[in-house]
Design a protein around this ligand. Structure first.
Ligand code: HEC
Length: 115
């Protein structure tokens, strides 16, 4: 009985930890962290999320969320991480990220967004 309660408490605690640290736990010492300028993955985003696009050419992408410059990408790095990690972005119908491109965004956003 006591063990079951303790297990439940531990389980809920680990859920809390995961909620705080994002969906993916990246060990930044173990992965390759790309620089923004070297990342090919952004090309899968900037046909909608670019500061040079407005109105209908953004295909519905929110006007404040862009990945065509380092500063803009850093500002929305966390939300890019969660969208890419969950597979919500790029949206269905758009070219998917390769596994390597997905890692680029997840590792970059998780590990201090190097320029
Ligand atoms: C075909 C156009 C298109 C492409 C390509 C695209 N997006 Fe989006 N994005 C959208 C649209 C439309 C929305 C708003 C609707 C939604 O959230 O599903 C959006 C919303 C978002 C949001 C906000 C989500 C929220 O909950 O507020 C983020 C962050 C995002 N996209 C990141 C990305 C990233 C990172 C990529 C590239 C890996 C990408 N998107 C590729 C169209 C696109």
């Amino acid at each position: 009985m006591h063990t079951a309660v303790r297990t439940l408490v531990l389980l809920s605690l680990s859920h809390l930890l995961f909620a705080c640290s994002g969906a993916t736990n990246v060990d930044c010492k173990q992965v390759t962290v790309p620089k923004y300028a070297a990342m090919t993955a952004w090309a899968r985003c900037t046909n909608c999320h670019s500061s040079s696009l407005s109105g209908g050419s953004r295909a519905g992408a929110p006007s404040g969320i862009n990945y065509d410059s380092y500063d803009a990408a850093v500002a929305d790095a966390d939300i890019a991480l969660s969208q890419v990690d969950s597979g919500s972005m790029p949206p269905s119908g758009s070219p998917k990220l390769s596994a390597a491109e997905k890692d680029q965004i997840i590792n970059w956003a998780s590990c201090d967004t190097p320029q």
